[in-house]
Ligand binder design. Structure first.
Ligand SMILES: Nc1ncnc2c1ncn2[C@@H]1O[C@H](COP(=O)(O)OP(=O)(O)OP(=O)(O)O)[C@@H](O)[C@H]1O
Ligand SMILES: [Mg+2]
Length: 368
């Protein structure tokens, strides 16, 4: 398996910069997920790695070779697309063996390799069928098998699960993750689905308008989002965000907003006031006696998710959701207090949206 390095990779389409100076190092055996909203440049980036699209600038390295301008068939990378792109008139076996026959390998070798890969993705009993005689999940596995059979340096996958139903998506997700662990394969996987990213990735790259917004393990990007953009993108419902002012009250640093006065557990003596965005995840808020609770809220509605409930509340003029085990024990119209542990509060710069971190010298914005 291989290591992939992107150095300043850029792609423009006329006035649009779809991918903007991306630097990434995908380690051997890593499952890297490119995550971001529609139009952020995920497919464009993957297609440049695959060699299907010429970069406007920058380089692509596979191990130590510069493959920026190499044709796709010379890259030893296998791409799995959203639509599977199976040949409808060929059997499953011939679909899987196609890349090997194209290389003119002996029939016996092709047959043995197809059987081996088919067993790996549990298609052994289906080798004589045509694609139209398969379910969506089985077709997906044929597409995977056709990529596997080539023994590529790395797999590139662009939303491979997007046309499966929810249940099949969950099982195929687990299959791909298990296959990755078993093969130790290098995978670059594109999705806009945060659940896929959180469950499959060893590392997530969040893209925003062609630029890398944050790179980290699923836990890192969820627990310490580098910006308001990342905080909003991950989590369901997403992180609650409130316009607030940081204010030094004695030696305590507090964040203030309408109906909010929350101590941050940090020493803020002498700091000037500063405009911030205060963030707290719905699952980190709990109900508390209203008296001197840090957040004073009115419950607007309660959603039943089965095992959990989400209460949608109003705090000042902001919307705040609270998620917890069902029943939450509140009803629309209730006036309640909310609290959170200081470690679960996030601060972002009001202007740049970047995460603020506490340093002895004061509160500083992180840089990318
Ligand atoms: N061939 C093209 N010509 C012109 N603009 C393009 C072309 N391909 C992509 N773009 C633009 O580049 C940007 C990134 O597109 P891209 O397909 O990479 O997004 P994406 O992140 O894969 O989105 P999605 O999640 O919807 O698939 C978009 O603004 C898109 O309109
Ligand atoms: Mg795309």
């Amino acid at each position: 398996m291989s290591r992939i390095r992107l150095q300043g990779l850029t792609r423009r389409f006329g006035q649009v910069t779809a991918v903007d100076d991306v630097w990434l190092d995908v380690a051997d055996g890593e499952f890297l997920v490119l995550l971001g909203p529609s139009g952020c440049g995920k497919s464009t980036l993957l297609r440049m790695i695959a060699g299907l699209l010429e970069p406007s600038g920058g380089r692509v390295l596979l191990d130590d070779a510069d493959i920026t301008h190499a044709p796709p068939q010379r890259r030893n990378l296998a791409m799995v697309f959203q639509g599977y792109a199976l040949y409808p008139h060929l059997s499953v076996a011939r679909n899987i063996g196609f890349p090997l026959r194209a290389r003119r390998l002996p029939k016996a070798v092709v047959r043995a390799k197809v059987a081996e890969v088919a067993a790996m993705v549990e298609l052994t009993g289906l080798l004589d069928r045509r694609p139209r005689e398969l379910s969506g999940g089985q077709r997906q596995r044929v597409a995977l098998a056709r990529a596997l059979v080539r023994d590529p340096g790395a797999f590139l996958m662009d939303e491979p699960l997007s046309n499966l139903d929810a249940k099949l998506r969950a099982t195929t997700r687990a299959e791909i993750a298990a296959l990755h662990r078993r093969l130790g394969a290098t995978v670059v996987y594109v999705t806009h689905d945060q659940v896929e990213a959180m469950t499959m990735a060893t590392r997530i790259v969040l893209l925003n308008e062609g630029r890398v917004e944050q790179t980290g393990t699923p836990a890192e990007v969820y627990d310490e989002p580098a910006s308001v953009f990342v905080a909003r993108f991950l989590g369901s419902p997403p992180m609650n965000l409130l316009d607030a002012t940081l204010h030094a009250a004695g030696s305590d640093l507090v964040a203030r907003a309408p109906d909010v006065e929350v101590a941050l557990g940090l020493d803020g003596a002498g700091l000037p006031d500063r405009a911030v965005t205060l963030g707290v995840r719905p699952e980190h808020l709990g109900f508390a006696p209203r008296g001197n609770a840090p957040f004073r809220a009115e419950v607007m509605s309660v959603e039943n998710l089965g095992g959990e409930e989400v209460a949608h509340c109003r705090v000042g003029s902001a919307q705040v959701s609270v998620r917890g085990a069902r029943p939450l024990g509140v009803a629309p119209g209730d006036r309640v207090g909310l609290s959170a542990r200081p470690g679960h509060l996030h601060l972002f710069d009001a202007g740049s949206g970047r995460r603020l971190v506490w340093r002895p010298a004061g509160v500083q914005a992180t840089t990318v």
